[in-house]
Design a protein around this ligand. Structure first.
Ligand code: XIL
Length: 453
């Protein structure tokens, strides 16, 4: 009895001691707060030699420690992240090696106190870029011309070097449009168009003419034409005949009518040409072109041809009708102002096949691939440059795979990124082309070459 009473007393004492000590622990936790590790986010902006870390705020933290290792056990820490100490919630881990997997964990500091380790996050840096290609695009593309959009102010110096090294066809970006060549009634101005054509001839580069009739480049005097419809039609005939004759045998091909169909419906755009010459204005223009130069290739050119089914159908129905009635037409131009994330391969291939099934030439006539379609980047990230490279490769692969009889040219709409028309068009920055502003090649250029492998 006594023994058991003693025993019971002992148990009670122990229980009280345990409770007190537990209470003591709990009490101190509440008082100062348990020091927690941060929650580390998945690394972002992963490049060849760096990535960005962000993590959650921790109450009471005075500093954070970042450990970076090349093994999961953190036995091989990477200097100077062994650990790196700082007071922030974002940090760029730099000076890393290409193509290496890094493990990261963190701890919180509160004066002399240290938290447990955080979760571990992993990042693999990108592979080292390959050496600058020494192969010219035009030499690798043996079955079609590689085109570049040009302007007279961009035909010398480094533009000239790249043009003559890489390209065997050019398109005037704006200086062979009606508003430039025929600015005033009865007065032509061929200063710029002559310069472009002469440049091509002097450098053994073919010239694709663009664009005789385009609603966006119709001079005001034509929009406001004062005469009768008959006079209007005679004026257009004279204009087309004059221009095509001037460049007969020198310009290989013409986009005679550009963007004639409305978006989504495939209805004819109600331009001044349609209003004054009738729904058959396109075939009239094509016939006058052929009459002026029997050998010139005649193209119908438009945008969104891979994604706007109604527009593509309208274009192909027109081509079928022209072929059936012996109205001249040789090919279809897909402008190809696209983005790194779309349209996808199957969509482009499907649209291309509809043209090539018809024994028409196909021109990818104004290719640029937007890297910043959502306007949420202030510089071209390495990852996005890689995505863009993949899309360039894909587009070139698709073009290279069409039947030889349909091949004509693949033209890129501008040389260096800062010169792209898209900056003005969309009102924000993008990097849709193949060359950096110092004329060095981007990954997009490598993608073009890879599409030909
Ligand atoms: C653009 C040029 O890139 C610009 O320099 C010019 O100011 C406007 O036209 N579809 C076409 C091209 O067929 O002629 C357009 O080029 C881009 C859209």
């Amino acid at each position: 009895m006594i023994r058991s009473a003693w025993k019971q007393g002992w148990v009670l004492v122990c229980a009280v001691v345990l409770m007190v000590s537990a209470c003591g622990e709990d009490g101190s936790k509440e008082e100062a707060g348990e020091l927690l590790p941060p929650t580390v986010d998945t690394p972002t902006d992963v490049a060849g030699d760096q990535f960005v870390l962000t993590w959650s705020k921790v109450t009471g933290a005075t500093k954070f420690q970042i450990e970076v290792a090349i093994d999961e056990d953190f036995s091989q820490l990477v200097e100077p992240y062994d650990p790196w100490r700082l007071n922030a919630t974002r940090f760029t881990v730099t000076e890393l090696d290409y193509g290496t997997t890094y493990y990261v964990r963190m701890r919180t500091e509160r004066d002399d106190e240290l938290s447990a380790y955080s979760n571990v996050v992993v990042a693999t840096t990108l592979d080292e870029p390959g050496p600058e290609p020494t192969t010219a695009l035009k030499e690798v593309a043996t079955t079609f011309a590689v085109g570049m959009a040009v302007q007279t102010s961009r035909l010398t110096g480094e533009h000239h070097e790249v043009l003559t090294r890489e390209f065997d066809q050019i398109t005037a970006e704006w200086e062979m449009k009606m508003s430039v060549m025929y600015p005033t009634e009865g007065v032509y101005d061929f200063t710029r168009s002559d310069q472009i054509v002469e440049y091509g001839e002097a450098n053994d580069i073919a010239i694709h003419g663009h664009a005789l009739i385009w609603h966006s480049s119709t001079p005001t005097w034509v929009e406001d034409f004062a005469g009768t419809n008959e006079e209007f039609e005679a004026m257009v005939k004279e204009y087309i005949t004059t221009v095509v004759t001037r460049y007969k045998g020198r310009v290989r091909s013409w986009d005679v009518v550009n963007e004639a169909f409305q978006d989504g419906s495939g209805q004819l755009r109600n331009t001044v040409f349609r209003q004054k010459m009738g729904d058959d204005y396109i075939e009239k223009c094509y016939q006058w072109t052929r009459d002026a130069d029997p050998d010139v290739l005649i193209f119908y050119n438009d945008y969104n041809m891979t994604t706007d089914a109604a527009k593509l159908k309208a274009s192909l129905d027109m081509a079928d009708d022209f072929v059936a009635r012996d109205v001249p037409i040789d090919g279809i131009g897909f402008q190809m102002h696209i983005a790194y994330n779309g349209p996808d391969r199957a969509t482009i291939e499907g649209a291309a096949k509809k043209v090539t099934d018809r024994d028409l030439l196909l021109h990818f006539s104004e290719l640029d691939i937007r890297a910043n379609p959502n306007d949420n980047m202030s510089s071209l990230t390495e990852q996005r440059a890689i995505d863009q490279q993949a899309k360039y490769k894909e587009v070139v692969e698709i073009y290279n795979a069409i039947p030889e009889t349909s091949k004509f040219a693949l033209t890129v709409w501008g040389m260096i990124d800062s010169e792209t028309w898209l900056t003005d068009f969309h009102g924000y920055v993008d990097w849709p082309l193949m060359y950096n502003d110092d004329f060095s090649v981007k990954k997009a250029h490598t993608g073009f070459l890879q599409g030909l492998e």
